[in-house]
Design a binder for this molecule. Structure first.
Ligand code: ADP
Length: 549
């Protein structure tokens, strides 16, 4: 039985007797299939060159080419070698029948046949044809499904390989970047000529641009592979906004622009979220706004859309009076590596990744974004995200930007160090050894170097250190193994801070659960290095003073 989706089967009647043909047609009409009639074997063979039929009703007695001859030629063709043939004959003759079967007939019909018998015999082959077609369709669907599945597996495999490649490359790039940025930082606090200072500033800012690009590519790959995890921690929104105001009002001033940060008075004070990622999105919108605006104003507005139970939907909106974006380009620019046009590109740096990352981050934070823009008038990039309201107490933790804003020369001056420390540095890369030792020496701290994990363990057995800086990737014995061995040693345990060029999700947790107290990622920011080393070491000394040994 055919269903509504399957095409009609074709029945080919080959007979030179028009009256007989019409009688057969009338009976078979009830099957509701397509009937093709031809009057000779030659004509039948021609039709079969281009048509696939469910069954052939073939008259035995025909002038020129009889039914047997026609059947023989039908069977010789590849297209019709298995098409069922029912012979139509007026004589019941065994020899006749044997010849027909030998030529590949599937049945004989003694004419005139009763309508029921004719319909039943032909109906069997029509059903068979439909079933065959169904099986063929199912097989095609299965093949398509298998191909799609294989393509999906291949795409997933490629995505994992890409992520892995980017993680490895980032590790390889971060190590030399540590040396370039750190050594430049150190050189800039030395007495040098104005010309050399200018060159070093150029090295410094370009190294930071490279690092920014590297971080953007890494973020995108983490977002694409779904390995980016968002932090849920107390978020000092006022502080973040203050820092942004500080950074961007300076930039706006340089371009002669007005810059404003407007916050709604009802903004809850204590919120929970991922401050780093939230800041990254606003920072990106503000950077773009300032880049494309030559006169007028750039503003950041923060408001509360709604508050429900412990959740506040906080809205952020960055507006500018810059070049604006056409309607067509507004969605296009959210794709990675996309910028509006060559002329805009020429006056701007960046890889065209910022908006793609921001859009993904907003989505990952559970928020929504909108863009409103008019060519030549300006744009407004807005988003709203849900943030939990934290009723607990917040500690005033200095943020990275605050630390960065402290002049490096001040940080590196020994006058501000509370107490000289003895630090063990377990690190196999010579430039990093020099960099960390120089920076800590400048603060008046003593640094002992171990080139691998095993030496670090041996040194800790024989000496008291106030703190250990432990590189995680070292030959023979890595930082995790060395930490585990140190933690099994008797006596006073120095705090351990991990140093790593990897930016893998969960690295921080792995370090803390391995018995380390903190974590610093490469390239090492010298301000952060010093503030973390001193904060962790002085805390430990306060809890367990040296003289108590
Ligand atoms: P990048 O800033 O690195 O080029 P983004 O993804 O942040 O990358 O921005 C992509 C493009 O979108 C920009 O190059 C610019 O053409 C356009 N764009 C972004 N923000 C604005 C804006 N506020 N006004 C006009 N064009 C913008």
């Amino acid at each position: 039985m055919s269903d509504c989706t399957s095409p009609k089967a074709k029945i080919l009647i080959v007979d030179d007797d028009q009256t007989k043909v019409m009688a057969i047609e009338a009976v078979l009409e009830g099957l509701n299939q397509t009937i093709i009639t031809v009057a000779s074997g030659g004509e039948a063979l021609r039709r079969l060159l281009s048509e696939d039929v469910a069954v052939i009703l073939l008259d035995v007695n025909m002038p020129e080419m009889d039914g047997f001859e026609t059947a023989e030629l039908i069977r010789q063709r590849r297209r019709s070698e298995h098409t069922p043939i029912i012979f139509l004959t007026a004589h019941a003759d065994d020899a006749f029948e044997d010849r027909g079967y030998a030529l590949g007939a599937v049945d004989y019909l003694l004419m005139p046949a009763t309508p029921n018998m004719l319909r039943a015999k032909v109906g069997v082959f029509v059903d068979l044809f439909h079933k065959g077609e169904q099986v063929k369709r199912q097989a095609e669907q299965r093949i398509q499904l298998a191909q799609e599945q294989a393509a999906r597996i291949e795409a997933e495999r490629a995505s994992v390989a890409k992520s892995q490649f980017l993680t490895n490359i980032s590790h390889e790039l971060r190590t030399p970047m540590t040396a370039i940025i750190g050594m430049t930082d150190l050189s800039l606090v030395e007495p040098i000529s104005p010309k050399v200072r200018e060159y070093l500033h150029a090295v410094h800012s370009n190294a930071h641009l490279l690092l920014e690009l590297l971080n953007e590519i890494l973020d995108l790959s983490k977002l694409e592979s779904g390995t980016l995890t968002l932090e849920s921690a107390p978020l000092q929104l006022g502080k973040i906004l203050g820092e942004l105001q500080h950074t961007f009002s300076h930039r706006a001033e340089q371009k002669g622009l007005k810059f404003e940060v407007i916050t709604a008075p009802e903004l809850p004070e204590h919120l929970v979220g991922d401050s780093l990622r939230l800041r990254q999105v606003i920072f990106n919108f503000l950077t773009n706004a300032l880049k494309v605006t030559d006169q007028g104003r750039v503003a950041l507005e923060v408001g509360v859309e709604s508050v429900c139970n412990r959740e506040a939907w906080v809205s952020f909106s960055v507006s500018d009076t810059g070049i604006g974006i056409s309607h067509l380009d507004q969605e296009r620019i959210v794709s990675p590596f996309t910028q509006v046009d060559a002329s805009t590109k020429r006056r701007r740096d960046g890889a065209g990744l910022g908006l793609a990352i921001s859009a993904d981050l907003i989505r990952a934070m559970g928020g929504r974004r909108t863009v409103r823009s008019e060519l030549g008038k300006g744009s407004q990039f807005s988003f709203v995200i849900p943030l939990l309201i934290d009723k607990g107490k917040l500690d005033a933790i200095p943020t990275t930007t605050e630390l960065a804003e402290t002049r490096l020369a001040d940080v590196l001056s020994p006058a501000s160090a509370k107490l000289p420390l003895t630090v063990l540095l377990a690190e196999d890369t010579p430039t990093n050894q020099v960099l960390v030792r120089h920076a800590l020496n400048k603060r008046g701290h003593q640094v002992v170097i171990a080139g691998d994990g095993k030496t670090a363990v041996e040194l800790t057995q024989n000496r008291q250190f106030d703190l250990i800086l432990m590189d995680l990737q070292m030959p023979d014995m890595d930082g995790f193994e060395a930490t585990a061995m140190i933690r099994r040693l008797p006596g006073r345990q120095p705090p351990i801070i991990a140093l790593t060029a990897h930016t893998m999700v969960g690295d921080r947790d792995r370090c803390l659960s391995a018995g380390m107290q903190d974590y610093l990622s490469k390239p090492i920011d010298l301000r952060k290095l010093i503030s973390t080393v001193e904060a962790v070491a002085y805390d430990a000394l306060e809890a367990s003073p040296r003289h108590s040994l």
